[in-house]
Design a protein around this ligand. Structure first.
Ligand code: GLC
Length: 421
């Protein structure tokens, strides 16, 4: 039955027609077929090659070439924007950070897609929302993301401690155990880039605040008091030393390495650090749980990547077929098992065999469902740069400006950016 459905869809796709009751979407697949290029952030878990080889073996006429961009979100954007502004046809499929949908759609750099072509009702709902802008679908969810707390279960066990649920518990454990075991206490990603915007947003939310900008990007909703509390939590850690100062240079990879090399007791990171840690000196010594907050569980930002088709691609039909393959159930299972990335298919989070292998899956599912999306705004990048630079000022010794002053001036600056759009 499944086979029949997919064959029918494939035929429809090639013929460029739609199923009964569906509206024709002339933009979709208007380009041709042939070799395509997938552009994606650096494959730090080395899982992509075999997945692409499977596609290539089955589609000799439309092989996919992998083009890896730098690891940091901002650098990925810079390279994609340069390519698209030049109207280059070199990139066909773009693995687009969830925060970029609005900007890229607004600029006309990616093409709208027909919802009925993808099993979106089987994906986690907030994940699908990240690919929608002004009522249209612009990309297909490929991997989701939510921040988790990595912790040294061996050391906590030895001390008879449970992983912290509140900032106060984490501070206390980090202070005491880092001195006793000569290990750093806690760290996230504090270099000034998108990762810092994420860490700040999570701190504000975990202090009881809601979002920083309304979901449509039209209004600054940040609660200055909660922003101050979130900043103070981080500043205090840096002042008191249980957040090591070297973390001011951390992006995801630096924190991943610090944790798996045994230099941190606690670390905030995305799930893709899990697989590599199980292959490291920390194997068997660590576990992950949800982020802590000011007086109970904290809350994560919603991350992830969606696959979009470049408006300048000459192989849009092949690109579309590849996206259907790459976001399909079997491939999604491998995205988790081989890549350690959170899949977008809801059912994989309830699969007992997968839960056995990745015990954090239920926590991750909840973290994704409870995560706060970043605003869907065409000028998101400008907003984020302002946030990252203000937060970086707050976190940099000698901490001359107070968290309250920085939160207040950030709000003013964000209001100006929103008003100018
Ligand atoms: C992860 C997330 C992405 C986020 C980035 C920040 O890659 O998936 O959404 O923007 O980290 O560094």
């Amino acid at each position: 039955m499944h086979r029949l459905v997919s064959v029918t869809l494939a035929v429809m796709l090639l013929a460029g027609c739609t199923g009964p009751g569906e509206e024709a979407a002339p933009e979709v697949g208007t380009g041709g077929t042939g070799p395509i290029t997938l552009v994606i952030g650096r494959d730090t878990t080395s899982y992509l090659r075999p997945l692409l080889d499977r596609w290539n073996a089955a589609h000799p006429g439309e092989p996919v070439t992998l083009l890896e961009l730098p690891e940091a979100a901002d650098e990925q954007r810079a390279q994609m924007v340069a390519n698209l502004q030049a109207k280059s046809e070199r990139y066909d499929v773009l693995a687009l950070d969830v925060i970029r949908t609005a900007e890229f759609a607004d600029a006309g750099w990616i093409i709208p897609l027909e919802r009925a072509m993808f099993p979106l009702d089987r994906f986690l709902p907030p994940v699908v929302d990240t690919a929608v802008y002004q009522g249209k679908l612009w990309a297909v969810p490929y991997s989701s993301n939510a921040g988790l707390l990595y912790y040294r279960k061996d050391l906590l066990r030895r001390e008879g401690l449970k992983p912290p649920k509140t900032w106060a518990e984490m501070r206390e454990q980090a202070k005491r155990l880092s001195a006793k075991y000569d290990v750093g206490g806690y760290a996230g990603q504090y270099l000034a880039y998108e990762g810092l915007t994420v860490n700040f947003a999570e701190a504000v939310q975990s202090a009881g605040g809601k979002e920083i900008i309304s979901s449509d990007g039209a209004k600054v909703t940040m609660d200055v008091g909660k922003a101050e509390a979130g900043l103070d939590f981080l500043v205090r850690g840096l002042r008191e030393g249980w957040i090591p100062r070297e973390s001011l240079t951390f992006k995801e990879e630096e924190s991943r390495l610090a944790f798996q090399e045994g230099r941190l007791l606690f670390s905030r990171n995305w799930p893709h650090a899990y697989g590599p840690a199980t292959q490291s000196a920390m194997a068997g010594k660590f576990a992950v749980t949800g982020l802590p907050g000011i007086d109970g569980p904290g809350s994560s930002s919603l991350g992830g990547y969606n696959l979009a088709i470049s408006a300048y691609s000459k192989k849009q039909k092949s690109a579309l077929a590849f996206i259907r393959y790459f976001t399909g159930l079997e491939n999604q299972r491998r995205v988790l098992t081989d890549g350690s990335f959170p899949p977008v298919w809801a059912e994989l989070y309830d699969d007992p065999a997968l839960i056995k292998r990745f015990p954090y899956l239920p926590v991750l599912k909840q973290s994704i469902l409870n995560a706060q999306p970043r605003p869907v705004a065409a000028n998101y990048n400008q907003v984020s740069l302002a946030i990252a630079s203000a937060v970086s000022r707050a976190l940099t010794p000698p901490f001359e400006e107070s968290s309250g002053d920085i939160a207040a001036s950030l709000k003013t600056e964000l209001n100006e950016i929103i008003r100018a759009r």
